[in-house]
Design a protein around this ligand. Sequence first.
Ligand code: ZN
Length: 288
Amino acid sequence: MTYPETVNLPFNRASLRDAFQPLPPDTPDNGEPGFLVIIQGGDLVISLQDAPPLLPWGVFPPWVETESRFMVGLWKGEPLRVGRVARSAVLPANFSAEPLNAYSHRLDDQLLTLGGIGRNLLSWDQESAHCPRCGEAMVRHTGSWGKRCNSCKMERFPPTYPCAIVLVRRGDEFLLGRKAIWPEGRYSLIAGFLDSGESLEECAVREVREETGIEITNLRYVGSQSWPFPSQIMAGFVADYAGGEVTAGDEELEDVRWFTAASPPALPSKRSIARWIIDRYALNIETA
Ligand SMILES: [Zn+2]
């Protein structure tokens, strides 16, 4: 099976190669020391005793909350567990909470991906504590990450929210937009969440229309990236301009404009599918 190269981007499980072996939920935990994915807010806790930094090793220390501890698989043949520490907790010396995102300088691709798995599962566990229908406690299924309500028997499973992300090209030009909260000068692709009853292709067309005012054609899927903040999947597309004038600045984007490969703006991280698409389909750069 040949996958798009995007499969190797961080946050996608394939970036862990053979070093990660997922285990079925509820696999008995023998309590042996192992690697620890500890999440604090949106950050990943790393051990500074190692250079480069690594996941903490051992059994869960007392400052990790006793609820929401999971065994998720094997990492390099050793148990891999996920846990959470309170946002307000002060970490012991030799530990650091690193922002878990594609711009991290301290977290390599594997740490980003393992941290993403941890953040996603912890978020699910927290938001599914109580039944959305009757408010009673939800309990885990055996052999699944799903849960069932003790009272009304409603079942829920970890959600993933799809987003379409689109590069639009017009001759030598490509269309990018920027959000006001981004660092000055940075632009990226047009993106947005799937609406009820939409295909990903319809979502791509609608988002471009809503955010830029233009119409697109010749839409092609080019790959996807898990985006665990906490539960998105980004579906990447490339399209050609079909008509309309750019109307910059809706409530989501403060500016939208055409660029050329000769003078691109500041761009998103090379560890994001946005940049992967821009490099290959706008700048014609073939990088790893
Ligand atoms: Zn219920």
